[in-house]
Design a protein around this ligand. Sequence first.
Ligand code: G3P
Ligand code: MG
Length: 256
Amino acid sequence: DLFHHSYEECIVIAHRGASAYYPENTLPAFKGALEMEAAMIELDVMLTSDGVPVVFHDAKLSIHSNGKGLLSYHTLEELKAFDAGAWFSPQYAGTTIPTLQEVLELVAGKIALNIEIKTEAVSAEISGGVEEKCLQLVHDLNMQHHVLFSSFDYRALRHLKKLDSEIPVALLYNRGQSNGRPPAQLMNDYQVDAFNCSYHEYMAKWGPELHQLNIPHFVYTVDETDQMQQLLDADVSGIFTNRPDRLKALIDQRRN
Ligand code: G3P
Ligand code: MG
């Protein structure tokens, strides 16, 4: 089950795929995560202007593709003409922005998935319906028992649980929207299943409370061995890393 606790069971979550080694949020990065035997893949989802869920982290295309302007102002057909791999290395030229459906088809039956819904950077009239569309795809591919949704946008959390109260959802700690509420209250207010936060938030603020309350929690994004060790010592439920091979080796080493 996704929400296990002892450190041997710490879940290795490939952040945007095995993104230290491949262009993030692309099929090569997800194949890399499968090869490295991560337990879960995290990816970021937003809608195209014609309403298709695609996998990309930034509102702006220019950071991780050769496109220009905002992703959400482009149709899927326009987006598919852009290159999302060459910025990382010429070896990955020709890699496209994947649809969520393409990724689900690649990973179904092989690994768990954390679908992070990105809404913040998109205007309200075009962000509508992303939750319905993602949930529908997850059910179409029979992945509902292998998916954890998450978002920094608490409206998306509410929307997901209203659509499907059974689907696992994690709250990504957001200082503004949390407005002083502690984890236990946030969990209750949004009826979510896990609390996710950054390494720094975990170390400086939430660690003891999450443990005392026994709340499943997944911590992002940790690539350095000493920080991984700290989190394993602290018995976190899972770690997001761009280097899933490194975290996995560390967990294996500590087990023996
Ligand atoms: O879900 C964990 C992490 O991915 C959240 O931050 O900006 O990498 O999507 P970001
Ligand atoms: Mg993310």
